[in-house]
Every structure is written in C-alpha cells, then in structure tokens.
Design a protein around this ligand. Structure first.
Ligand code: NAD
Length: 232
C-alpha cells in the first residue's frame, strides 16, 4: 500500500483555536518562551511552567479537531498514513488518526522531573492539571511530557526513517524554523511532495514540492480530493 507521511506543525491546529508560535513575536499566549519552555525555566520557576502548561492543556481540552485533522484521518481508508507532528496537542488522535509520532511530546501526559529520555515512565494528567507537589513513583515532581527548547528530541531517528520511506510526503502548517525537527525535510526521497501553508515556507530547492498557499482545512480538502480521485 502506498505510504503517505504527513509532517504537521502548529499551523494545522490554528483553525481549532490553538495559537501558533511564530505569529506572536516570540510570545506564546503572552508568555516569554524562555520563561516557560526551557530546562532553565523549570529549574528557576517550575510553578510558572506548570501554570503555563495547565492553561495550554485546558485550551487543548476545550478545542476540537478541525477539517484538516479529519481529512488526514480519512486518508487512512485509501493509504497507509503516518503522521509526524511537532504539536503537543492530541487533535490528530481525536480526529481518528491511528499512527501519530509526537516529536515534541504530548501535553496530556506527564513524567517525573528526574526521569530521563528516551523511555521515561509516563502518566496521564488527571483532570487536565499537574499540581505543584504531585509526585511520580521515584519522588520527582511531575512535569509535562514535552520537549523543551534545549532538550534532545529522542524520536528524531525514528522520524527520519519514516520520512525516507514515504511514497508521498506532505508538510502542513510549520514554519520549519524549529530544529532539529525542521531538518526532516532533508530526508525526503519521494518525488511526490506537497506543502500546505498560507505563508511562504522555505524548503530545500532540490526537493520538488507542490505548494498549496492556503489554510490547512482548505489545503487538506484539495489534497484529499486529489489523492482519492486517483488512489496512487
Ligand atoms: P510555527 O508557529 O513556527 O509556524 C506555524 C506555521 O503555520 C507558519 O508557517 C504559519 O504560516 C502556518 N499557519 C498559520 N495558520 C495556519 C493555518 N490556519 N493553516 C495552515 N498553516 C498555518 O510552528 P511550528 O513550525 O510547528 O514550530 C513551533 C513550535 O511550537 C513547535 O515545536 C510546536 O511543538 C510548538 N507549538 C505547538 C502547538 C500545538 O501543539 N498546537 C502550538 C504552538 C506551538
């Protein structure tokens, strides 16, 4: 079966009401990224970090998958579909997608502040909130299971392999500014590639991309129609 690999970023969840990152002058929902999404931030003010992610989690819980997430899930009826997402929300899963690799972790899960990647013990976040003083089995404070700026991305090699094996490769809603994730496009070997983003995104010149300069829901509708008209 023909294999589609879809690489998504914050832009695919924008129409679900979750703000992207780059559009806000380095501010993410009025917070300075360095103060809430780095290991230093955790060391200096873990209460603020917990508060930030508790708010983000509440927003995710209140959001719904949009048509872009749903078209991607529908493609599983015609293709083998693998998603690689930089997003920490769970909107792909809630739309019905079955294979989702979260490069930057998952906001609905937590882990001990002491537990190191690559295989930390994960806990579901109860009632959407990680409390200060809530501890893992090893006694460590629970922290969000997300990859902060400056932390390694343990699933990169697995993601690279998936990209190399793609027959069709699709990029949706990522500025390709955050590394190492953005470097995944250099592993593309397929000649059948698509880019969906309302703004200009720089991709390697030697790799052909068909560009749909549209929001994710409209762009994915077009792509879904193109890919299901003549199942490849
Ligand atoms: P980014 O904010 O750097 O780039 C967003 C991209 O989405 C831009 O290219 C923008 O033009 C495009 N975009 C905006 N609205 C769109 C729409 N409606 N449809 C399609 N595209 C749209 O995001 P990034 O490249 O994913 O990198 C930001 C980092 O921040 C990532 O590591 C990600 O994990 C994190 N983040 C995640 C979420 C989430 O989980 N939903 C939200 C914000 C940031």
């Amino acid at each position: 079966m023909c294999k589609i690999v879809i690489f998504t970023g914050a832009g695919i969840s924008e129409e679900s009401g979750i703000r992207t990152f780059r559009g806000n002058n380095g501010l993410w929902e009025e917070y300075n990224i360095e103060e809430v999404a780095t290991p230093q931030a955790w060391a200096e003010n873990s209460k603020l970090v917990l508060e930030f992610y508790n708010k983000r989690r509440k927003q995710v819980i209140e959001s719904e998958p949009n048509p872009a997430h749903k078209y991607i899930a529908e493609l599983e009826k015609f293709y083998e579909v693998e998603i690689i997402t930089q997003n920490i929300d769970d909107l792909h899963e809630r739309a019905g997608s079955s294979k989702v690799l979260h490069l930057h972790g998952e906001i609905m899960k937590s882990k001990s502040e002491f537990d190191e990647e690559p295989n930390p013990k994960l806990y579901d976040v109860k009632n959407g909130v990680i409390q200060w003083g809530e501890r893992a089995e090893d006694g460590g404070q629970l922290r969000p299971h997300v990859v902060w700026f400056g932390e390694p991305v343990p699933l990169m090699m697995e993601a690279e392999k998936k990209v190399r094996e793609a027959d069709i490769f699709v990029v949706v809603g990522t500025s390709l500014n955050v590394y190492p994730a953005a470097g995944l496009v250099y592993y593309v070997q397929s000649k059948d590639n698509y880019l969906i983003d309302p703004n200009v995104v720089k991709v390697p010149e030697e790799i052909p991309f068909k560009v749909f300069s549209e929001k994710a829901s409209l762009g994915m509708k077009r792509l879904y129609e193109e890919l299901t008209r003549t199942s490849k």
